[in-house]
Design a protein around this ligand. Structure first.
Ligand SMILES: Nc1ncnc2c1ncn2[C@@H]1O[C@H](COP(=O)(O)OP(=O)(O)OP(=O)(O)O)[C@@H](O)[C@H]1O
Length: 403
């Protein structure tokens, strides 16, 4: 027996509580969309509009993470496209796009399999998009996932992107019937503050995905638990408790699946016969932390360092992080990380704090300080050590500038 035999022997699951752990993979494609009847009906009504010759220019599909927006929208569109020759559906995820040019190019790539060169600019990319769509069926739904990752960049602002997408000359000239379905956590026009020409080109259609309550989460999770765990691999109490906790804390199916997978791993590590409530309890914070860290790593550079600025004030005696802090302290903390030439001004910093509050990463409130007037207090909604711990990872991941 060589060292690898021993290694594989040691790590092979032994009396595992799982029979098919993959059933808890949130990226896996479930057989059925459940508990979204209302949204499925709304989306189907929009799609069947082509039978009367109408699809809205835009549909805003929004709601918190893990509420089934991507799954439901893609599934509905694919099912309908299978039933008619008149509709094509394309899906593009914009999460990794660092500029508006690259976002448009990603759409171009999805339609043609090729990318445009930078010198062709946004106009060149959109011309390529319209040329490609001219060969498509009568109607096209373009699903743009994580559209909230689109931000102002040094060459274009989101209005330039949307105006071309909705009212591009090449589109009007070729009479292309394109409906852009915009998936995001916040309502996109509120988030990006569109100008009036973009506002007027957008339709009012909105479909909201609310956080899952206990009953809905149970309908989604229970069939997956049955596949994932062996008979008696998880106690009924743990199932109730895990789903209840996930519904109250997050309403997010992705986090609920992750919580049960990690709880199962804890049971295995401790050679337990069953996943218990205690296994669930011990993984709640891990699940919270994993999803917060993912969110933090995706923040734009100044948002990240402003937030870090709010998380790095320490007590000189105990070395523990102190919160809440004032806006002025946030600014000082932020200045530690970003060189003077690259820093944003006070007004932009205040707006960044407001953005962070909208993303539920900080809470703020105003306190009266007697003769010193009223002072805004800022506190992270998560353990501040989490952002301190990932500073280097963030810098590597984003190529951010540091002093
Ligand atoms: N209604 C549902 N029926 C079955 N599975 C679901 C449902 N909702 C969510 N899930 C599971 O949760 C996973 C995450 O859902 P989905 O990606 O659609 O969420 P989302 O709202 O688009 O999230 P985000 O805003 O983070 O992109 C799905 O891949 C699926 O495994």
């Amino acid at each position: 027996m060589d060292k690898y035999d021993t290694l594989f022997d040691d790590t092979a699951p032994d009396d595992s509580v799982f029979t098919d752990k993959g059933a808890l993979d949130p990226l896996g494609d479930p057989d059925e969309v459940v508990a979204r009847d209302h949204q499925e009906r709304e989306l189907a009504t929009l799609l069947t509009g082509i039978e009367e010759g109408y699809l809205p220019t835009t549909v805003s599909i929004y709601g918190p993470p893990g509420t089934g927006k991507t799954l439901t929208t893609r599934r509905l569109c694919a099912e309908y496209a299978d039933r008619t020759d008149r509709l094509a559906v394309e899906y593009v995820n914009l999460k990794e796009c660092r500029s508006l040019f690259s976002a448009a190019n990603e759409i171009h790539f999805e339609l043609t399999g090729t990318k445009k060169k930078a010198y062709e600019g946004l106009d060149g990319v959109f011309e390529g998009i319209w040329e490609a769509l001219a060969e498509y069926p009568d109607w096209t739904v373009l699903i743009l996932d994580e559209i909230d990752h689109i931000k102002h960049d040094s060459n274009y602002d989101p209005n330039d992107f949307f105006y071309r997408l909705l009212r591009g000359e090449g589109k009007l000239k070729r009479n292309i019937k394109l409906s852009a379905w915009l998936l995001s956590n916040e309502l996109i026009d509120v988030d990006l503050r569109f100008d009036s020409r973009v506002e007027s080109a957008m339709s009012d259609e909105e479909v909201f995905f609310s956080p899952y309550n206990y009953a809905k989460l149970r309908a989604i999770i229970e069939p997956r638990l049955e596949r994932a765990f062996r008979d008696d691999g998880i106690s009924d109490h743990a199932v109730d408790y895990g789903i209840g906790t996930a519904a109250v804390r997050w309403g997010d199916a992705r986090k609920a699946l992750t919580l049960f997978r990690q709880a199962g791993e804890t049971a295995n590590e401790e050679s337990l016969e069953q996943v218990t409530e205690d296994c669930i309890d011990r993984n709640i914070e891990t699940t919270d932390k994993a999803s917060t860290v993912e969110k933090l790593l995706d923040l734009p550079v100044h948002h990240f360092f402003v937030l870090l600025g709010a998380a790095t004030w320490t007590d000189t005696q105990t070395d523990e992080i102190v919160q809440p802090v004032t806006t002025e302290q946030v600014r000082e903390g932020y200045s530690e990380y970003i060189s003077e030439a690259d820093r944003i001004g006070t007004r932009a910093l205040r707006e960044t704090i407001t953005d962070l509050e909208t993303m539920s990463l900080v809470e703020t409130w105003v306190e009266s300080k007697g003769s010193n007037g009223r002072v805004k207090q800022v506190e992270t909604t998560f353990d501040p050590n989490w952002i301190v711990d990932i500073k280097d990872r963030y810098t590597e991941h984003s190529g951010a500038i540091e002093e």
